[in-house]
Design a protein around this ligand. Structure first.
Ligand code: ATP
Length: 373
């Protein structure tokens, strides 16, 4: 039935190339051929355990594929009167927090709905945890929590009833339901509102209830569309802390927002959309083990600064500018503290020593200026 392994790889590669050049062709059969360029191919609908599966053409990509939780390839989505997504491709690693940003109408909500398996009439490929969203949306729903911008709440139910309903819908065992609800509502600061009707809650409290509902089944991926909208300043700070904690616990988050300063508090990556296309997808902080750009400033000029820095093997690419020096540093935070101690002990008058980070706002503004409509 299926070509032998070597020939299968060649055949699937050509299918993938054909797929890429056919993105405007709306061929559903093509959509299923490739989910990672030249390497990851759909092989069979069902794996031995009975669940949906994809098969990875080369062993060396398997580990990478495990880390890539969300894969989007050549995604196109049309509303009846408007093309909202115009061939998006990107991938999101497990355990990251991605800020999804872009001007009004860029396609953020549409993209989230496609990833969540709610808008399935797209072309291209989306896989979540190696499951093709179009093929098995219900399997994807189990792995995803989604806070939509319109919340979708039942006004006549109490907060507890809404959450019990959600827990039952996700198949959480009855014995765990109350504990999960207590945990989620405490995290969102609404444990004292459990018996109030949702219809009587303020906009911000509804928002918190909807976030609690989205994370109740402890999904692998949490999609949050404008989660901070309607929240008061304290609740926003709490939300930032919660999202950071969820990220540290291993959950993968995609958060859309127009408030870049808030995203900066907790995101690890930024995905900028404009007019249905990806303008930029970059890390907002250096991954552990990767060189970081540090800057040291002295209170007065000192000729020994370069020599003191280059004596550390973890320092590279020193740029001196008057009383300041910028350099790449490959060590961890302990080595960074050790370097500062060494500089001070060598008699240099250090007045500032910090990591240089470009703000999300500056990256965003720069990319939007450089990107034509
Ligand atoms: P915002 O930041 O304002 O929430 P967004 O980035 O989330 O915007 P989308 O809501 O995904 O953008 O919309 C993308 C494009 O699709 C826009 O041009 C919008 O006008 C269009 N669009 C969205 N929903 C519909 C719809 N139901 N019918 C037709 N066009 C739509």
């Amino acid at each position: 039935m299926f070509p032998k392994p070597k020939r299968a790889v060649r055949w699937l590669k050509s299918a993938a190339v054909a797929h890429n050049s056919e993105t405007l062709g709306y061929k559903n059969s093509d959509r299923k051929t490739a989910s990672y360029p030249g390497a990851v191919f759909r092989y069979d609908e069902r794996c031995a355990s009975g669940g949906p599966a994809v098969w990875y053409g080369r062993a060396k990509y398997r580990a990478k594929a495990r880390r890539l939780l969300i894969l989007v390839r050549n995604l196109i989505f049309d509303y009846p009167t408007k093309r909202a997504l115009r061939g998006l491709s990107f991938e999101i690693k497990a355990g990251t927090i991605t800020g999804l940003v872009g001007p009004n109408g860029a396609g953020k909500t549409t993209l989230m709905r496609c990833i969540a398996g709610l808008d399935l009439l797209y072309t291209g490929t989306i896989t979540i945890d190696r499951i093709d969203v179009a093929d098995a949306p219900r399997d994807v729903h189990r792995r995803i929590g989604f806070l939509q911008d319109d919340l979708g709440i039942y006004e006549q139910l109490t907060v507890r009833q809404s959450l019990l309903y959600q827990a039952a819908a996700h198949g959480i065992p009855a014995r765990d339901q109350q504990r999960r609800i207590q945990d989620a509502t405490e995290r969102l600061g609404i444990a004292d509102r459990l018996n109030e009707k949702v219809g009587g809650l303020s906009r911000g409290l509804r928002q918190r209830m909807a976030i609690a509902r989205a994370m109740l089944h402890r999904p692998k991926v949490l999609l949050l569309d404008e989660p901070a909208s309607g929240l008061d300043p304290d609740a926003r700070t709490q939300l930032s802390e919660l999202l950071r904690t969820l990220g540290a616990e291993g959950m993968t988050l995609v958060v859309s927002s127009h408030i870049l300063a808030e995203l900066e508090d907790y995101t690890t990556h930024m995905l900028i959309l404009r007019n249905g296309r990806v303008v930029e997808h970059c890390a907002t902080r250096a991954p552990v083990g990767r060189a970081r750009r540090l800057r040291v400033t002295l209170s007065q000029p000192a000729p020994g600064l370069r020599q003191a820095l280059t004596a550390d093997p973890q320092v590279q690419g020193v740029d001196l500018e008057g009383i300041s020096a910028r350099f790449d540093f490959t060590g961890d935070s302990h080595s960074q503290a050790q370097l500062l101690r060494t500089l001070v002990q060598s008699g240099l008058q250090v007045s500032a020593f910090h990591e240089e980070q470009r703000s999300m706002q500056s990256v965003y503004s720069e990319k939007m200026r450089g990107h034509k409509r």
